[in-house]
Ligand binder design. Structure first.
Ligand SMILES: Cc1ncc(COP(=O)(O)O)c(C=O)c1O
Length: 389
């Protein structure tokens, strides 16, 4: 009998060790990691500099409450602002960062309606779940937080019809991650920002999966030439140490005054000591150019595999956040099982998308190794399908 709630569908492997971009299970089998622990381990496993930062801080002090000053939060928030007029609130997860964003947007605008998008994913707490545009995630948990409206992603007319002067915010991912690695169109996003400005609604960008270098720029929004009023971070920010951030324009400061919002652990010293180092390492032009170049190499390889291949309908994404759209759900399931057996860990997104999120430290050699495995598995599946027909 398990003493755990069965809310996760777990695979029958336990990963006990990690080094670089490789994981080892309890039987001693090695896997090349193309999941990054669902977009978390952007600098890979067992990084000496991050280990040192964590253990140095652990030997000083683990936690102080937010009743006292915290210079590590100040340092990290300045780095997140990246030279722009943004300030941060720290929490412990993506859902919490989105909760803070939703609360701030309602308080700052004095309005309650928030528009989000079909197939979006913003987390599992009540506000974040209510923002999530997937009925399956709501099942059994109604009534939801009121005044969330879902409209189709990448389409302007339904958004134009839904937005009005009662709208507090429009909230979206620039690449829908859990929903199927679906990038937003550049022109559409710029229209979304213009509509927000026209109606006095705040633009909230959920960068929880796309942020911290994942798409080849430190924030994905940089590639869309927009300036969100609020953006949210988590996952890659702590490289495995739980941390989230809600980052908003300085003009919003007065709406989150003392007593308005808070968290016991938010911005914990252990988390901040690591997050600050993670930002230093990733937010470097050379590092980000490498992410773009490696993303391009992986994309070219995947496109080559997908060419004239009936099992694969499309390859999409940006940087090292890429998806291979399979023709059907069952084939994807078999592909993932075979990839795992061959020593490559991957993720599913939506119903039919194989999602690849390798650590940003992945090497060209490892990319080629992964591409060879993907090619082999897909060739196998094609052969199996032929035998059946
Ligand atoms: C875009 C996005 N937002 C929010 C979340 C929720 O983050 P967490 O699981 O840390 O609460 C996720 C997690 O997958 C995500 O991908």
């Amino acid at each position: 009998m398990s003493y755990l709630f069965p809310n996760y569908q777990r695979k029958a492997i336990e990963l006990l060790k990690g080094a670089g971009n490789t994981l080892t299970d309890k039987e001693g089998k090695n896997y090349l990691d193309f999941t990054s622990g669902i977009g978390v381990m952007n600098l890979g496993y067992n990084d000496p500099e991050l280990n040192q930062a964590l253990s140095d801080q652990a030997n000083l002090i683990w936690h102080t409450p937010n009743l006292y000053e915290n210079h590590l939060q100040e340092i990290t928030a300045k780095k997140l602002a990246n030279g722009k007029k943004y300030i941060s609130y720290f929490c412990n997860s993506g859902a919490e960062a989105n909760e803070a964003a939703i609360k701030l947007a309602r308080k700052a605008t004095g309005k309650s309606k928030i528009i989000t998008f079909t197939n979006s994913f913003h987390g599992r707490t009540y506000g974040a779940m209510s923002a999530t545009g997937q009925a399956s995630i709501h099942t059994g948990f109604t009534p939801l937080v009121p005044d969330f409206i879902y409209v189709p992603f990448n389409q302007l007319t339904p958004l134009e019809s839904a937005i009005d002067h009662q709208t507090a915010a429009v909230m979206l991912e620039l690449i829908q991650g859990e929903g199927g690695v679906l990038p937003a169109d550049l022109i559409w996003i710029q229209s979304v920002q213009a509509l927000c400005q026209e109606y006095g609604a705040l633009l909230i960008i959920d960068e929880i999966q796309t942020g911290i270098g994942r798409t080849g720029t430190f924030y994905a929004y940089e590639q869309y030439q927009i300036e969100p009023d609020i953006f949210t971070l988590a996952k890659g920010l702590g490289n495995g140490i739980p941390v989230g951030a809600m980052v908003g324009k300085t003009k919003l400061a007065s709406f989150f005054g003392p007593g308005s919002h808070g968290s016991t652990f938010g911005g914990n010293k252990l988390a901040m000591s690591v997050a600050s180092k993670v930002i230093d390492r990733i937010n470097q032009p050379d590092f980000l150019e490498e992410v773009q170049a490696k993303g391009e190499a992986l994309l070219i390889g995947l496109n080559e595999i997908a060419k004239n291949n009936l099992l694969i309908e499309a390859v999409r994404g940006k940087g090292l956040m890429l998806g291979l759209v399979f023709s059907d759900q069952e084939v994807l399931k078999q592909a993932m099982e075979q990839l795992e057996a061959e020593g490559l860990l991957t993720l599913k997104a939506g119903q039919t998308v194989l999602r690849l999120l390798p650590p940003l430290t992945i090497t060209y050699e490892e990319i080629n190794q992964a591409l060879l495995i993907v090619e082999k598995v897909i060739d196998n599946l094609k052969a199996q399908k032929k035998d059946k027909n």
